[in-house]
Design a protein around this ligand. Structure first.
Ligand code: ZN
Length: 96
């Protein structure tokens, strides 16, 4: 299963994608995926079993609107820590 960068259309494995997620916003529950190919930053919501790519609208009350959902079995989320495939990723600092 591959996650496609909405900007450059390059495909990433789930692991690669999570590795490039950081700057988690606890109020919105949204982090940013920094594409290593095109340097775009994509607003991303990671929840249990799901990665959602979309946009944060910042007019009025900020809110996240998902555009594409990827259902990923075995994706676990605990606060800013995501575990998948035996590895842990920190959505805040980007450390894996
Ligand atoms: Zn890209």
């Amino acid at each position: 299963m591959n996650i496609e960068c909405p900007n450059c259309k390059k495909k990433f494995s789930n692991d690669q994608f999570l590795y490039h997620c950081r700057e988690y916003d606890p109020q919105l529950g949204v982090c940013k995926f920094y594409c290593p190919n095109c340097s775009a930053s994509i607003d991303t919501m990671v929840t249990v079993g799901n990665i959602s790519l979309g946009y944060v609208y910042s007019t009025g009350n900020s809110r996240f609107s998902g555009v594409i959902d990827y259902q990923i079995r075995d994706l676990k989320v605990d606060g800013t820590m995501v575990s998948y495939n035996g590895l842990e990723y920190d959505l805040e600092s980007g450390d894996a």
